[in-house]
Design a protein around this ligand. Structure first.
Ligand SMILES: Cc1cc2nc3c(=O)[nH]c(=O)nc-3n(C[C@H](O)[C@H](O)[C@H](O)COP(=O)(O)OP(=O)(O)OC[C@H]3O[C@@H](n4cnc5c(N)ncnc54)[C@H](O)[C@@H]3O)c2cc1C
Length: 326
């Protein structure tokens, strides 16, 4: 059995950010992930300037695709708004592997199935033993499932479903476009160019409301990609895949004894834009700091809104969630 101070389940942005901080603080940490990195992660790959700051990224020396947008094109009910806003795109395939490697934590490929508490330690699959356990395994995190589900049941009204595909594509429009609430979609569709000829196209919305509306996500996908074909991305070929995650509700308990919940495992994506990378990074860092400095694990500065919580943010939150789980 392998022993360590901190075992992190999941090597996505939450897990790698926790590992990075813990290693810098001198902790004995191991990351386990069921996938070998680089691995596919369905995601538009939009990151905010806050993420770049939190991760102390030196953009000039980042070795992979990185693009900056100076404005967003927002399409709402036939109105096209050009909103000045600096944002970035990366490819998750590259970004997550880079973050994990940068953390310098040992990474073991292992799919976690069982967790038990024994004499003040956590025993994972009879293969790992640790004092602290960080759940960073995304929506289906086994740490959530085993230790936190009873205290933090997920609000079905906050579940988003998505379809997306990232393809090599010689895009001509280098800006990011977002289409909100088209044809009663309770969410938005996106066109996110990546550096050096990649493009991410996707669609996401609130699962419950989509079910009630009578149009599933495949309907919205077909409609949206037909539109793209006639305008922004002619002749692109897609084979979309889906994934589901939760927007931020009341996170009643994010720590039980020495176990912590971070990122999508805790359901921390923002309520206005469904942004999950920033909250994953910040919560991973806060869990690490709680361990290193023996202080409370607090999510107060892990924001639940991407647009700053003002009027536009509250309106979008309401339009997406109708107040579910607040
Ligand atoms: C289609 C789509 C588009 C999105 N677009 C954006 C966007 O543009 N910007 C943004 O900020 N957010 C976006 N999000 C949300 C964002 O992708 C997530 O919120 C973010 O990845 C959460 O990071 P995480 O580290 O918590 O989990 P993840 O990135 O999901 O990482 C979890 C890791 O845990 C591992 N794991 C799971 N179970 C086990 C197990 N049993 N044993 C071992 N390992 C396990 C997985 O292999 C995975 O590597 C999008 C999501 C989707 C689905």
């Amino acid at each position: 059995m392998r022993s360590c101070d901190v075992l992190i389940v999941g090597g996505g942005p939450a897990g790698s950010s926790a590992a990075w901080q813990l290693r810098r603080g001198g902790a004995d940490v191991v990351v386990v992930d069921q996938e070998a990195f680089p691995r596919l992660k369905l995601c538009a790959g939009w990151i905010t300037p806050e993420v770049v700051r939190d991760l102390q990224m030196d953009v000039a020396s980042y070795p992979h695709r990185f693009m900056t947008f100076e404005r967003l094109h927002v399409h709402l009910k036939g109105v096209h708004l050009r909103v000045p806003s600096v944002q970035h795109s990366i490819r998750r395939f590259e970004f997550d592997a880079w973050l994990l490697e940068r953390s310098q934590a040992p990474v073991v490929k292992h799919a976690v199935r069982s967790i038990r508490r024994e004499r003040g330690a956590y025993v994972v699959d009879d293969a790992f033993q640790c004092r602290y356990l960080i759940g960073a395994g995304g929506t289906r995190c086994p740490v959530y499932r085993t230790l936190f589900r009873a205290t933090n049941p997920r609000a079905s009204g906050l579940q988003t479903v998505t379809l997306e595909h990232e393809i090599p594509y010689d895009w001509q429009d280098p800006d990011c476009h977002l289409w909100f609430f088209e044809k009663k979609l309770p969410g938005y569709a996106w066109y996110v160019p990546k550096a050096n000829g990649w493009l991410n196209v996707g669609i996401g919305g609130m699962a419950d409301r989509m079910k009630k509306s009578g149009h599933d996500i495949k309907y919205h996908w077909s409609r949206f990609t037909r539109e793209l074909d006639s305008k922004l991305a002619p002749s692109a070929q897609y084979e979309p895949s889906g994934y589901s995650y939760y927007l931020r509700g009341r996170v009643e308990v994010a720590r039980i004894e020495d176990a912590f919940l971070t990122g999508d495992a805790a359901g921390l994506a923002t309520r206005d834009m469904a942004e999950g990378i920033g909250p994953a990074v910040r919560s991973g860092m806060r869990a690490a700091q709680a361990i290193l400095h023996d202080k409370p694990y607090e999510l107060d500065d892990v924001t639940g809104s991407s647009l700053g919580g003002g009027f536009a943010s509250r309106l979008l939150d309401w339009a997406m969630t109708r107040g579910a789980g607040a």
